[in-house]
Design a binder for this molecule. Structure first.
Ligand SMILES: Nc1ncnc2c1ncn2[C@@H]1O[C@H](COP(=O)(O)OP(=O)(O)OP(=O)(O)O)[C@@H](O)[C@H]1O
Ligand SMILES: [Mg+2]
Length: 346
């Protein structure tokens, strides 16, 4: 009888780089970068999402662009809340009933960080906020059937965090969350070009270069691209040519950290489930998994067949959509997953 009430339940992938909103019955209705632009003097919010992203690194003195989330958690509470409020308003419009909101958080989230997400959601206009672990949602969104006693591994490489989990019987058996993901590749590229070529490039240039020619496994053919930056010796603009094989060197350290984290999770996983994973393969999701050769390097270094999920950037949002049907069985408010699991293990 009250079904109409729940029509506007929404699922939010509150990512460090991108925010996706899934509305029950409508699918993914919003996809925006998690960036805001502010007036420095008054603190007034000028632009949100894509419009703010266009200003990144190109703002005049009076305007700043900030990312209110870093490493998968809220770093600027007020801005996160304002950004969420705007996005929730855009997708729900005016409604008599406030929506119930399901938000994904990284596995290693602390209780304080969880509280901040819940409060931001409530302040932004949610009636109730439910939290769920990103890797669980990513697996379901990648269409992995985790309901059987059969081990699966999902590696979600986002912008700020890489969440690795072994799943069986609808729950997480073993996991790890490291603050190394897509953004770390950009930082590594900036550092490398500075060291090797004495040129400083911007964040946006690094992102474009990474997507255009970057790789973590040798490409069948070498690619190269010219990038503009500031020469550190003269202080003047300079153009340098970067090749794809140089990016392999630049990314090596970051890539190894991700591989080591996967390795660590497998080492802690019960042998039966490791056997299942080697038969089922590893699934990668998140934007970071789109870095060329990520699947190939995981497969080569871990020795288990690896594939990238379809629509890797949207898996988590699709997953929240699937979990919206189960909100009735979930508890709202803070759920400290790690603690809960430790308690369960007794
Ligand atoms: N084609 C591509 N090649 C390489 N990297 C990519 C590509 N497309 C997106 N990325 C990277 O993916 C990252 C964003 O992925 P995603 O949207 O999954 O992150 P997020 O969910 O916002 O972050 P997190 O889950 O860590 O909070 C960025 O670092 C971006 O540079
Ligand atoms: Mg993510």
């Amino acid at each position: 009888m009250f079904r109409f009430r729940f029509k506007n339940d929404i699922g939010i992938d509150l990512g460090t780089t991108n925010i996706l909103v899934y509305v029950r019955g409508r699918g993914i209705v919003l996809r925006e970068p998690s960036i805001v632009a502010l007036d420095k003097a008054t603190g007034r919010l000028l632009k949100i999402g894509e419009e703010a992203q266009k200003m990144l690194g190109r703002t005049p003195g009076g305007i700043v662009t900030i990312r209110p989330l870093s490493d998968g958690v809220i770093s600027d509470y007020e801005m996160t809340e304002r950004m969420l409020r705007e996005f929730i308003r855009r997708v729900t419009g005016f409604r008599l009933f406030k929506p119930r909101v399901l938000i994904c958080v990284p596995g290693a989230v602390t209780e304080v960080e969880e509280r901040a997400v819940i409060d931001a959601g409530i302040q932004a206009g949610a009636r109730r906020v439910y939290l769920i672990e990103e890797s669980l949602v990513a697996a379901v969104g990648a269409n992995i059937d985790i309901s059987h006693p059969d081990g699966h591994m999902i590696v979600d490489i986002g912008g700020g965090t890489t969440d690795i989990a072994v799943l069986s019987l609808n729950s997480i058996v073993e996991d790890a969350s490291i603050k190394v993901a897509g953004d770390a590749f950009n930082e590594a590229l900036i550092k490398y070009i500075k060291r090797r070529h004495n040129v400083l490039i911007g964040e946006q240039t690094a992102e474009e270069l990474k997507i255009a020619i970057g790789c973590v496994f040798p490409r069948p053919e070498q690619l190269s691209r010219e990038v503009k930056g500031r020469c550190l010796l003269t202080g003047l603009p300079r153009v340098v040519t970067i090749t794809s094989s140089e990016t392999i060197d630049a990314f090596e350290e970051v890539c190894t950290k991700i591989i080591e984290a996967i390795h660590g999770v497998l080492e802690r996983t019960p042998p039966e489930l490791v056997g299942d994973i080697s038969a089922n393969g590893i699934v990668l999701s998140g934007g970071g998994s789109l870095l060329w050769g990520m699947d190939k390097t995981v497969e080569a270094r871990i020795g288990i067949q690896t594939r990238i999920a379809d629509d890797a950037l949207s898996c988590v949002a699709y997953g929240t959509g699937k979990f919206l049907d189960k909100l009735g069985q979930m508890r709202d408010g803070t759920v400290n997953f790690l603690r809960r699991r430790q308690l369960a293990r007794g």
